[in-house]
Write a protein that binds this ligand. Sequence first.
Ligand code: DGJ
Length: 371
Amino acid sequence: MRYKAVLSYFGFIFFLLLNLQSTGQIKPGDVWMDSNSEMINAHGGGILFYDGVYYWFGEHRDSGRKQFATWKGVRCYSSKDLINWENQGISLSVSEDPESEITAGCNIERPKVIYNKKTGKFVMWFHLELKGQGYSAARTGVAIADSPAGPFTFLRSFRPNAGQWPLNFKDEWKTDTLTIDDLQWWTEQWRLAVKEGLFIRRDFEEGQMARDMTLFVDDDGKAYHIHSAEENLTLHISELTDDYLDFTGRYISVEPAGHNEAPAIFKKDGWYYLITSGCTGWEPNAGRSFRSKSMLGEWEPLGNPFLGEGADVSFRSQSTFILPLNNGEYLFMADRWNPEKLRDSRYIWLPIKIEDAKPIIEWRDQWRLSE
Ligand code: DGJ
């Protein structure tokens, strides 16, 4: 009896020590709980740091058959240390109005929030698919709030850059008469035609497609919207207006026909770095990286930033956001999607570093931010 009591006493101390040791650690791929011991539900998300607090915005995913649409909205959590998260509720709610573009059952993905110093407003942009239309609408949506966690008011959704050519578009491509019907998909001729603006011309009047997206605010306060366009074949980087509520019409296309999704961006020592994935639905694939001296400049491909075992599938994850930390380091955020149970998709947060002028991401079972 006594022997058992001693054993359970030491077991309890061991359990405490183990937990103390893990306190403050990020464990990529584990189940992450909020301060109410509920599973964190903020997928395809991003983080805003404002007034000493981190706000994590992401897709709230339901269970069962409802999981592939949005029935509540964008969820927000807050934290002072990026480890302990408090549920702030739904910061942008879907609408009860069946006529609304964000009516319950639409699909809101990859929401990101930025703060506008000039207007004092918080601005959210997200990928929006209209209810019952699969992924064909390919719109970007914008919402605004007075407080970081919301409530956000939905303003509108649209296909951006209607009637505008990219800054890096040649004049002779504007008048080319080749159309999609003239070519067979995935042939060399078709690939060349994509590079020479096949889809940009198709979508010129209506506006360019906007699916997977992120936002980036530069040191000079200029903000950029980065999204998969042209049937996910090409990324577009667009400048936002000074109030961050619209597109200026200045944009470039990056890696035409390169098939990039899941953009995440950061700036270090005068270089902009872009991390993306390929396009394989919810399945992981090898990540890609690029760098440029300016947001609307020439982007140079740098290859897969993931290193070591599992690099070919980005450690079974897909990029979503990169957060600059106060200590000069960068936090890479990704989703390990679980299409069987989307709300139980896990979060893969890892340090991202620059080595030999390239971004690199290495696996850690657990790690501390102070590293
Ligand atoms: C990959 C995208 O990155 C996700 O956000 C989501 O849209 C899935 N495709 C849907 O298949």
